[in-house]
Design a protein around this ligand. Structure first.
Ligand SMILES: *[C@@H]1O[C@H](CO)[C@@H](O)[C@H](O)[C@H]1NC(C)=O
Ligand SMILES: *[C@@H]1O[C@H](CO)[C@@H](O)[C@H](O)[C@H]1NC(C)=O
Length: 369
């Protein structure tokens, strides 16, 4: 009898053994890596000791820089554009630059900076920089990021390749994290559009197709996209071609919400994003140990806990922390914290745009309604 031939089963056993061995090695490596995390965290803290400075009283005439740490999807744009900016004279605003690649630190006396950078940028700012931010319920923020990325990404998927960019304007898709998320969604949408319709749930638009629409003002009507006409009522015949409602979080046109939140790109850019931004360890950080710290945050429960505490201690030194779900109240309390005279001036883009009665300014009112 010759050597026993490899049976399918023994091959499977061998393969399983290899997989198990590889898993064991991986697990050992991960455990080893995690065990080094407390020391790595300690080194990280020693390397980056700078915290936000307290806000000085304005009387001492000292020009202190205020940095608005703008966490994406927290209504920070409204808070900045409708409030902080209007309360800052144009010559005191730092030149527009929505992240560190475009930041111009050369402007003398600039006292109000707003960017999507994470806290690591503070190590490049003046020693007495005061910091403020806006935070949001993390689940709401991820949902909002999905909706925003889908909106902008779908638009990009339909855009001609040679679209001209406005000079001097920073486009959304150039700003982290949209610089990764928008192309990701756009590619996904294009791939889906190119794929032949596979199921009855995604038929090509036909002349007889109608959809039911609820207008933001509450009125209900029907729309035919093919003919671009609207009607209040459908005939019985038209009713038969009424398309089922599209689930915005799960349809064939774009990656579903569930798939998106489980995708590595969302894990990298959105999960615990606010904590990482406050810690200065996003994947857009200036610090070279940021990815190590993110890894330790996920791998080592003790480091996870310590980093969460560090983030809490850090924001307690901020001059103000607003919340998205209490935007109007946050503006009021920020005005008090920042000592912005709400019955004072509101500065527009140019010095001659000065308005009085800052709060509630027409701008703020427009922004908040
Ligand atoms: C058409 O629709 C409107 C609003 O939905 C409704 O008030 C009205 O009674 C309908 N008319 C007919 C003829 O069905
Ligand atoms: C950050 O993450 C995104 C998405 O995974 C990726 O495309 C990008 O290259 C990363 N940036 C850095 C600096 O690692």
């Amino acid at each position: 009898m010759g050597a026993r031939p490899w049976t399918r089963q023994s091959l499977q056993h061998a393969a399983l053994f290899i997989v198990a061995a590889a898993l064991l090695v991986n697990q050992n490596a991960a455990a080893e890596e995690a065990s080094s995390c407390p020391a790595l965290l300690q080194a990280h803290k020693e390397k980056h000791p700078k915290e936000a400075a307290p806000l000085k009283s304005t009387e001492d005439g000292q020009q202190q820089m205020l940095y608005f740490l703008h966490v994406p999807r927290t209504a920070g744009r409204t808070f900045h554009g409708c409030f902080l900016k209007l309360g800052t004279q144009p010559h005191k605003r730092c030149p527009k630059g929505y992240d560190h690649l475009r930041m111009d630190m050369s402007a003398p006396g600039c006292a109000m900076l707003s960017t999507h950078d994470d806290f690591s940028i503070v190590s490049l700012l003046p020693s007495d920089v005061a910091v403020l931010t806006h935070l949001r319920d993390p689940v709401d923020r991820v949902l909002s990021a999905y909706e925003f990325a889908v909106e902008v990404g779908s638009r990009h998927a339909s855009r001609p390749a040679n679209v001209r960019k406005a000079a001097n304007k920073i486009a959304t898709d150039e700003v982290w994290p949209w610089s990764s998320l928008v192309p990701f969604i756009a590619e996904d949408v294009k791939r889906r559009r190119a794929a032949p319709a596979t199921s009855a749930s995604s038929p090509p638009i036909q002349p007889h197709h109608w959809v039911h629409v609820t207008h933001p003002d509450g009125s209900q009507y029907y729309y035919n996209k093919y003919k671009d006409i609207s009607k209040w009522n459908l005939t019985a015949e038209e009713q038969q071609h009424l398309l089922p409602p599209l689930n915005p979080y799960e349809n064939d046109l774009v990656i579903s919400l569930k798939e998106f939140v489980e995708h590595p790109i969302a894990q990298e850019l959105l999960h615990n994003g606010q904590v990482f931004q406050v810690l200065g360890i996003t994947n857009y950080s200036h610090w070279d140990d940021a990815s190590t710290m993110r890894r330790c945050f996920w791998q080592d429960a003790h480091t996870h806990e310590e980093l969460s505490k560090l983030a809490q201690a850090r924001i307690s030194r901020f001059s103000h922390v607003g919340t998205t779900d209490k935007l109007a109240e946050s503006v009021t309390s920020a005005a008090v914290s920042l000592n912005l005279a709400v019955d004072g001036a509101a500065w527009g883009q140019r010095p001659q745009d000065l308005q009085t009665n800052f709060f509630p300014s027409p701008h703020l009112y427009r922004c908040l309604v």
